[in-house]
Design a protein around this ligand. Structure first.
Ligand code: SAH
Length: 279
């Protein structure tokens, strides 16, 4: 790549680079991801990879879509792994491009293990996960000293299609001040009920961020008590992240993108500092 003072690796024929594409904005690709995208003979991507990101590929690069779109069923995971293995055995330079980070709720580890079993060499290129970078971009920090020293990442959608088994909701409700929930929209009413049952309060702040980091981004600030109804009457569309916790209130001070559009930022969004400190 141009004007870098360090060497970037070569994507060799017969290799698969299992790569995170970040939340959507191509500016949030890593250098390793961009380096791989530019060298690949074939990119096998899922639905969350943005067109702008794919546009970074070379003109001769074959782009293969392997994901869900428009309600059509997705190719079976085994088929995707088999395809990656075949492409590598054909001597292609293969980039498997997945939204966010490949090892967070993305089945990247399953694909990597299939490559291991087949003896196909691979590299893992981490990406910025939507639950981290997508929320930061929207002005929501996942930790803040005055509010929380822990955060939990949860998927709202298990292998069965329902909310996942094996989540100890009472423990999470009691012990995790901030909950970052992927794939939460479909089962938001059930998730909310589990959190109420675990003692979380109706007035607790919630944000729903859809299409984070993209031009179509929508951020809905609401409360646990109102979130299901507010999502239903909003223009929120998947993919969307839900974050529950006090950190959401910091957005009043940290929505830097909103400030570009004229929003006034609060220097003390939690109202915890004395007038002298703020002034
Ligand atoms: N590996 C991905 C997550 C895949 S699961 C990552 O690390 O980000 C798919 C879920 O991720 C979506 O249902 C949504 O909850 C979330 N997601 C991915 N991209 C998103 C985006 N740009 N905006 C909001 N949510 C997103």
């Amino acid at each position: 790549m141009e004007r870098l003072t360090f060497e970037m690796p070569q994507l060799e024929p017969g290799w698969v680079w299992l790569t995170g594409a970040g939340p959507g904005d191509p500016g949030l690709l890593t250098l390793h991801a961009l380096n791989g995208i530019r060298q690949a003979d074939v990119i096998v991507h899922d639905a969350l990879v943005s067109d702008e990101t794919l546009a970074q590929a070379g003109l001769d690069c074959e782009i293969v879509y392997a994901g869900k779109r428009g309600g059509k069923p997705s190719p079976k995971q085994l088929d995707i792994s088999a395809r990656l293995i075949q492409l590598a055995r054909d001597g292609k330079k293969v980039l498997r491009l997945k939204g966010g980070d490949p090892f967070i709720f993305g089945r990247g580890s399953e694909e990597a293990l299939a490559l291991v079993a087949a003896g196909v060499p691979f590299r893992v290129i981490p990406g910025i996960s939507a639950g981290v970078g997508g929320l930061a971009r929207a002005g929501i920090p996942l930790t803040h000293r005055e509010t929380n020293s822990a955060v939990t990442f949860i998927t709202g959608h298990g292998a069965s299609g329902d909310i996942p088994d094996g989540i100890d909701w009472p423990a999470l409700a009691a012990g995790s001040p901030v909950l970052v929930i992927y794939m939460a929209i479909k089962h938001l009413a059930i998730i909310r009920q589990r959190l109420f049952d675990g003692g979380r309060h109706r007035d607790e702040a919630v944000a729903v961020v859809s299409n984070a980091t993209l031009a179509e981004e929508v951020v809905l600030e609401t409360t646990l008590g109102r979130c299901v109804e507010d999502v239903a009457s909003s223009n929120i569309e998947p993919p969307a992240m839900v974050v529950v916790g006090e950190v959401v209130r910091l957005r009043d001070g940290l929505d830097w993108a909103g400030a570009l559009g004229g929003k006034l930022l609060a220097a003390d969004p939690l109202g915890t500092r004395s007038a002298r400190e703020v002034g």
